[in-house]
Design a protein around this ligand. Structure first.
Ligand code: MCN
Ligand code: MOS
Length: 766
């Protein structure tokens, strides 16, 4: 099977060998990680390394009155104490759209406090322990001001209307008023945190006006641009290195103020500086998922057909920054409705600006609409799966365009079959096992196909091995592996002979790894670069008089298993290494990218260092999304109200899968995170101090093995060439979407109690 041959059953080309796209090759970076050979950013051993530790505000609002650094400066090993007064001013950098910044200085240490945990000072010392000890001696006094702790603070108000988010068609309010069946409920999600295993941190080192930063990064080119702008040096002078990343989940795409502090300290000292956040600091160093509130009202016929959806959403943002969590994103596309209205506000609170966390927008959006349609199902007495099919959207109801592919019906069918949904007894509290109430819930999920551009370099070396280079990254999704497969298949070499090098901003450019777009972009770019390298190789073999194929006068050759031969098998057969040796070439190198042909250098810089990309998911004639259906069983202890997820079957449409083994792993990871969101995760705010109290992995609960049952994932995708070069759609974020409502729906089925506030903890059930 070739790369152009898309006869893959349900996009799951498990018949493909590991050397091909679609094969189940195990992670090629796995052995390095397991044996400890993989070096993470802050593990670099550099001569003269100094250690920085941050001092953070203990009040949520007000001004720093004074910082007494005397004791810290006199402490053993201390090299430098940085405060807003002693750190040299930087330039303000542009935002991620590349908007030209205001010409005002930027200070990464704050005098004006907008949240508890804001960086106010930093201590740099010879050793990490000395820096920690001295940081404790820095005395900061504040003029405290009243703070808005969170969304439920009476001072929070209704917030600011984000008109851009308004989506409306028909007469939603009137149709709701006229509908025979009406559902109206509020759904809330708390602050949640990415909590990757590897905390934020970096090493910064200067050589003259050149800066090297070893830092875990989901976006080398974007972060390099920010560092360059802060320090007013050319983009080319910044090198970001991030070959291995211990998870990001959205939290590692941007250069943050702690990075500016470390790079400033390194510059001042003329020594490399390492700064690693403590686990508590990671909770305020970058914002987690914003807390959200939604009201969903559904007007329907008695047979469950939706006539109107009115949706209002609110998310929290910070005092100075703007984060919009698009709450109407699933609401507006999942079901067909003639009348629709969705609006959103944001409310400013004294917190760090919230940020991207696996499926921002879609995730809380699905909790609202997928809970509400379940409520409607019980109201009209129709099976929750059947009601979803009755309201199936045959085209994108908002964009009014055909779906590129939407295998959601197939997902419902395959999931229901594997789960045994037909055996469900409809009434709440009607299924039990001893004192455990059993509940079966279903919910759908979706994530848009975000597309952008990518670039790759492919090099065939003299010994026949192949190198692939890209400044894109692998934080655990499988980029190394799928790019090795793509190059192997395109060139006709074993995947074992391909070395993929990622995570260095000096390599061929790539944009942000966010929005589940990297696999589609980079398989396309590598396919193109490898195709160009293959053309060069075959061209040489045919045209060079020294080549064993020269006399054949063939117009093409076949490369398979790393060996070159004529299509009819009538000539010589040599290895790639032998061919290169015969023509005296020590390597072949080709770059490939997916940018439009006439792109300028400026276009490229913009495409890779900003997110101002013109390729929306509804560009052209189609609306492109991945889809899924989750079927979940819970067991609720009738006496204690404890909820356990005992079975998960999910059927998912991500188009063609580049590597089913890795896609399944991604999907399961998303589902596990969804189980955490449903039952455990919640940033608890101490309203007196505007502080997250459970800012550590003992108190901020994430699921462990004992919380997770067997999870069955089924691929129902078909190749979607409107979505990517090779026919895949997004995988990374899809599966978290819809898990929490499926669990809430299962809990209702088990107990008769509807929980509309995540997480579903036992006190909400008894
Ligand atoms: N894949 C596939 N077939 C497809 C698409 C993808 O087999 N059609 C597989 C590949 O192994 C690919 C992976 O799925 O490497 C993810 O591809 P994609 O959906 O394009 O997502 P990205 O590579 O852009 O990864 C980012 C995405 C996001 S946005 C978050 S958040 C997230 C996620 O991936 N964070 C993760 N998955 C994560 N997984 C780990 N281990 N750690 C994180 O921090
Ligand atoms: Mo993912 S939250 O888009 O990095």
């Amino acid at each position: 099977m070739t790369i152009h041959d898309l006869r893959t059953r349900h996009g799951d080309a498990s018949d493909g060998s590991a050397d091909q796209v679609g094969g189940r090759l195990s992670r090629v970076d796995g052995p390095a990680k397991i044996t400890g050979a993989a070096k993470y950013a802050v593990e670099q051993q550099l001569e003269g390394l100094a250690h920085a530790v941050l001092v953070e505000s203990t009040v949520p609002a007000g001004k720093v009155r004074a910082i007494d650094t005397a004791a810290a400066e006199g402490a053993p090993g201390v090299l430098l104490v940085l405060t807003p007064d002693t750190i040299p001013p930087l330039k303000t950098a542009s935002d991620w759209f590349g908007t030209p910044p205001p010409d005002v200085p930027y200070c990464p240490l704050a005098r004006d406090i907008a949240f508890s945990g804001q960086h106010v000072a930093a201590v740099v010392a010879e050793s990490f322990e000395q820096a920690v000890a001295a940081a404790a001696l820095v005395k900061v006094s504040y003029d405290e001001a009243p703070a808005v702790a969170d969304l439920s603070d009476p001072k929070a108000g209704d917030g600011i209307a984000i008109d851009m988010m308004t989506k409306e068609w028909g007469e939603a309010e009137a149709a709701f008023a006229a509908a025979p069946v009406r559902i109206c409920a509020a759904y809330n999600t708390p602050r949640e945190y990415q909590a990757p295993m590897e905390p934020h941190g970096l090493i910064a080192a200067w050589q003259g006006d050149r800066l090297t930063v070893w830092e875990p990064s989901q976006w080398l080119d974007g972060m390099a641009r920010t560092y360059a702008e802060w320090f007013a040096i050319p983009f080319e002078n910044v090198r970001l290195v991030s070959p291995y990343i211990g998870g990001g989940f959205g939290s590692k795409a941007l250069a943050l103020s702690h990075g500016a502090v470390a790079a400033s300290a390194a510059k001042m000292l003329g020594r490399p500086v390492r700064l690693v956040m403590s686990r508590p600091q990671t909770f305020t160093g970058y914002g987690g998922r914003a807390a959200t509130r939604q009201t969903v009202t559904l007007g329907a016929d008695r047979d469950g057909k939706i006539q109107s959806i009115v949706h209002r959403g609110v998310n929290e943002t910070s005092m100075g920054g703007m984060w919009v969590e698009p709450l109407g994103s699933v609401t507006s596309i999942m079901y067909a409705t003639p009348n629709f209205s969705s609006k959103q506000n944001v409310v400013r609170v004294n917190s760090v600006v919230p940020g991207a966390m696996r499926a921002p927008g879609e995730n809380p959006s699905a909790f609202g609409i997928e809970s509400a349609i379940d409520e409607l199902a019980y109201e009209v007495g129709i099976d929750p799966l059947e009601i979803r099919l009755r309201n199936y959207a045959e085209q994108d109801p908002h964009a009014r365009k055909a779906w590129s592919t939407r295998q959601l019906r197939e997902a419902f069918a395959a999931g229901a079959e594997a789960f045994g949904w037909a055996r469900r007894s409809p009434a709440p509290r009607s299924m039990r096992d001893g004192n455990q109430l059993i509940g079966w819930g279903v919910a759908a999920g979706t994530y848009p196909v975000r597309r952008a551009y990518g670039e790759a370099l492919v090099r065939i070396l003299a010994d026949g091995t192949v190198e692939v280079e890209s400044s894109s990254i692998d934080m655990g999704q499988g980029t190394y592996t799928i790019l090795a497969q793509t190059a192997a298949e395109t060139l006709g070499v074993p995947a074992d002979n391909v070395v993929v090098k990622l995570g260095d901003s000096r390599f061929a450019r790539a944009g942000v790894t966010g929005g589940s777009r990297l696999a589609g972009i980079m398989t396309g770019a590598v396919h193109k670069a490898a195709g160009a390298a293959l053309d060069q190789l075959v061209g040489l073999a045919i045209s060079d008089p020294r080549s064993p194929f020269h006399a054949l006068q063939a117009n093409t050759l076949v490369v398979a298993g790393g060996r070159v031969s004529s299509p009819r098998g009538d000539g010589p057969e040599v290895s790639i290494a032998e061919l290169l040796a015969s023509v005296g070439a020590d390597q072949i190198e080709a770059k490939g990218d997916t940018m439009p042909a006439n792109s300028t250098t400026e276009d490229r810089y913009k495409a890779y260092t900003t997110i101002a990309t013109p390729l929306t998911h509804t560009d052209g004639d189609y609306s492109r999304h991945s889809w899924c259906a989750h079927f979940i069983e819970v067991r609720v202890d009738e006496d204690f109200g404890t909820v356990r997820v005992s079975r998960v079957v999910s059927a998912l449409d991500s188009g063609r899968l580049y590597n089913p083994k890795l896609a399944e792993s991604q999907w399961k990871g998303g589902i596990i995170m969804g189980i955490g969101q449903a039952l455990l995760e919640e940033g608890i705010v101490d309203r007196r101090h505007g502080r997250i109290v459970n800012n550590n992995l003992a108190d901020y609960l994430v699921p462990t093995n004992a919380d997770i049952p067997d999870i069955e994932v089924i691929s129902v995708g078909i190749p979607d060439l409107h979505s990517s070069v090779l026919g895949g759609k997004g995988v990374g974020e899809l599966a978290i979407v819809g898990v929490a409502p499926a669990i809430a729906n299962a809990v209702f089925h088990a107990t008769g109690k509807r929980v509309r506030d995540l997480p579903i903890t036992l006190e909400k059930l008894i």
